[in-house]
Ligand binder design. Structure first.
Ligand SMILES: [Fe+2]
Length: 209
């Protein structure tokens, strides 16, 4: 079973190859193009993974696993007025065209990908999982438990309301002013931009009140 994991079109496009459950290659496109943070289709990284897997051809790939949900992400970008296109299928189409694959294309929520990438390679059979990131589709963080089970998805997730504000409040005293200072431009400057999103968020993520 050859699974190619792909992150692309945001920053540091990357491919990895998991072969029969074992990670055999993982490389960002920038290492080939020498373009820092290269966000384009990671075609060179893909070809490297094929070679590392034993001179594979695109037809040997059983699944492309994409690191986020394009439809959910687009819905958030539209709510924020950030969408520069209206085509949720573009990432899949662009990758299929470049890679020459017709295998299944699966996508996974951004934070679940972060959590899985950390948990599966942590060496722990059980672990608390906590991810913090700018934003994925809608969520900015998830927490849950990773358990070694023969299941496809083992990390429960939950979005944390008001996460940034809670982070500022919970930061240790010596860092609190620094955190609040760093967050202030985001909290205030983006408030108007985020306000329309309040009404469409089912779980109350980023409810600035
Ligand atoms: Fe991320």
């Amino acid at each position: 079973m050859n699974i190619v994991g792909v992150s692309a079109f945001y920053h540091e496009s990357t491919c990895c190859l998991i072969q029969d459950g074992r990670l055999v290659a993982a490389v960002p496109e920038e290492r080939f193009t020498r373009v820092k943070y290269d966000r384009r289709v990671p075609i060179n990284a893909f070809r490297y993974c094929l070679e590392a897997g034993g001179h594979l051809s695109p037809g040997d790939i059983d699944c492309i696993a994409y690191y986020e949900d394009p439809e959910k992400k687009l819905s958030r970008q539209k709510a924020m007025g950030l969408a520069d296109h209206d085509d949720k299928d573009k990432p899949e189409r662009d990758l299929r065209d470049a890679f020459g694959v017709d295998c299944p294309f699966m996508h996974f929520d951004h934070h679940l990908s972060h959590g899985a990438g950390s948990f599966y390679f942590s060496g722990f059979s059980e672990a608390a999982v906590f991810t913090v990131d700018g934003v994925g589709e809608w969520a900015t963080t998830i927490y849950g438990a990773g358990q070694s089970k023969d299941e496809d998805f083992i990390i429960d997730k939950e979005s944390v309301p008001n996460f940034l504000r809670k982070t500022a409040q919970l930061a240790p005293e010596p860092f609190r002013n620094r955190v609040e200072g760093d967050l202030h431009p985001l909290l205030s400057g983006n408030l108007e931009r985020w306000r329309p999103a309040e009404e469409v968020l089912p779980e109350g993520v980023y409810t600035f009140v």
